[in-house]
Design a protein around this ligand. Structure first.
Ligand SMILES: [Zn+2]
Length: 120
């Protein structure tokens, strides 16, 4: 995942900063747009972003998608990796590109729909 320097929403400057700026408590570093406050998390002990910069609507959607998908693979008695492998096939995406943190609203909805269609 490329390090964001320019916000994909507003073109504002993106800085690596402390998540306490957003949450009031430090959960690690984030990339934060200094103009519109879109942000994304960062892998522990690195500068690697966890996904693409997200505004509040997309963050809410990704959270919902994670809840649905994580429940899905657990209900199916899959491991996390098996779950993501299955999802990559369903989404027709390479395994390495199958991360909810990379998805836009439409792809998140597709994940939710696929999970609902395949729920036992
Ligand atoms: Zn921005």
């Amino acid at each position: 995942m490329k390090i964001p320097t320019i916000c994909r929403y507003c073109g504002g400057k993106v800085v690596l900063t402390d998540s306490s700026k957003i949450y009031g408590k430090n959960y690690g570093k984030i990339y934060l747009c200094t103009n519109c406050n879109a942000f994304c998390g960062v892998h522990k002990n690195s500068d690697k972003p966890l996904g693409t910069l997200a505004n509040s609507i997309l963050r809410t959607k990704r959270k919902e998608t994670h809840q649905v998908f994580d429940r899905f693979w657990k209900d199916k008695k899959m491991s996390r990796t098996e779950g993501y492998r299955w999802l990559s096939e369903q989404m027709k995406l390479p395994f390495s590109a199958t991360h909810i943190g990379y998805f836009e609203i439409e792809e998140c909805q597709k994940v939710i729909d696929i999970c609902n269609e395949n729920a036992a």
